[in-house]
Write a protein that binds this ligand. Structure first.
Ligand code: TTP
Ligand code: CA
Length: 365
């Protein structure tokens, strides 16, 4: 299978950058965005600050009075959070990202994964230029800068992105991924909190490289099967989690145009087999089972029809799709006399438990 090329984009000092955007004159001053609790004039905490304020040791989560003390004597400016405005800016950027990716997974108001494999034809060289293009486009259209990490999967892309901020662009090719992770502390991996870190330290594991070399069987004994396997894979830069749209459609489908209008079953099935390959690939990535198979037919007069079949048992295999698509078309050709122009294959009726199964990594916190 082709290499995946996955990007993580993380907007720089986001809330504070949004404030700079609408007040350009404050750009060279320390900027702090805070949540005011309302109890007293001063009480509340720092949401984020620009990099000038960070030089004075201002940090997210810090009480505002402390931030004010640290910035005493400077011309620092303080803002109240304005989520509506930040969401609006975020939405505009996500809209631009969507044009650049086959799938977009928004993780938070200021972070999103982009699967750009097809767009860069699996090439990390092309991905550098592509990432720069996205940066310039967003900067020109919206005025916001961000950091991008590029890797063969989400895990590597995320750590790559964190390694160079703000306005960073960090590329980690598949063959460099293991060596890139190896020297980093184990707690850089999602799921390694304080307790796990102490336990790993006792086992002589300090870096991701130590974890990668550690006996997998032993990890399973200590942390249980799913977590043990996850630690083994993650430390070896293996991560197969697909980039999935939030609230993604409850079906997988592909439509294609036939090379010529026809009523020839074999000719049609050649096309639908091709479409089924793609549908099946998506299905494998999402690890789902389906109960409903449908065909979509567009006739020469551009009228369209669908036909479906419901399976007795949920299925996960390709042959079931191919076989049912074939019999649906056999039946359909018997019912209609028009030549066919376009065809589609769709599977749906996914097992709800599977669709709601969150990736393992979401269970950690
Ligand atoms: P982050 O991505 O953690 O931080 P950032 O965008 O401010 O800075 P950078 O990525 O350049 O390091 O958080 C994104 C936004 O979430 C941030 O702008 C404000 C908000 N936030 C809080 O409100 N409280 C917090 O404790 C943190 C960490 C973030
Ligand atoms: Ca950010």
């Amino acid at each position: 299978m082709q290499n995946r090329v996955v990007m993580l984009a993380d907007f720089d000092y986001f809330f504070a950058q949004c404030e700079e955007l609408r007040n350009p004159t404050i750009k060279d001053k320390p900027v702090v965005v805070g949540v005011y609790s309302g109890r007293t004039e001063e009480s509340g905490a720092v949401s984020t600050s620009n990099y000038i304020a960070r030089k004075y040791d201002v940090k997210s989560g810090m009480p505002l009075f402390l931030a004010k003390r640290k910035l005493e004597g400077t011309d620092a400016i303080f803002f109240k959070v304005d989520h509506e405005y930040y969401d609006y800016i975020s939405g505009r950027i996500m809209g631009i990202f969507r044009l650049y990716a086959s799938s977009l997974e928004q993780v938070s108001v200021d972070e999103a994964y982009l699967d750009v494999t097809e767009q860069v034809e699996g090439s990390f060289e092309k991905a550098i230029e592509y990432a720069q293009k996205i940066k310039v486009d967003v900067k020109t259209q919206v005025g916001i800068s961000f950091s991008i990490g590029v890797g063969p999967n989400k895990l590597v892309a995320k750590i790559a992105c964190d390694s160079q901020k703000p306005n960073g662009l960090t590329i980690v090719k598949p063959e460099q991924a293991k060596a890139f992770l190896a020297p980093l502390a184990v707690d850089r991996l999602l799921g390694v909190g304080k307790k796990t870190m102490v336990r790993m330290d006792q086992m002589g594991i300090k870096t991701i490289g130590d974890l990668a070399k550690y006996d997998c069987q032993r990890l399973i004994e200590v942390f249980g099967k799913s977590l043990g396997l996850y630690f083994h894979n993650a430390s070896n830069a293996i991560d197969n989690e697909p980039v999935v749209e939030q609230g993604e459609a409850e079906s997988i489908s592909r439509i294609g145009t036939l090379k010529q209008d026809t009523r020839d079953l074999a000719f049609i099935l050649q096309k639908t087999d091709e479409l089924t390959e793609y549908v099946f690939k998506d299905l494998m990535e999402r690890k789902l089972s389906f109960k409903l198979i449908s065909i979509y037919v567009v006739m020469v007069d551009l009228s369209s029809k669908t036909r479906s079949v419901t399976l007795d048992q949920p299925s996960k295999d390709k042959e079931t799709i191919t076989r049912n698509v074939k019999s649906l078309f056999e039946k359909f050709l018997g019912e209609s006399t028009l030549e066919i122009r376009r065809v589609g294959v769709k599977i749906s009726g996914f097992n709800k438990e599977e669709t709601h199964q969150k990736p393992l990594t979401l269970f950690f916190q």
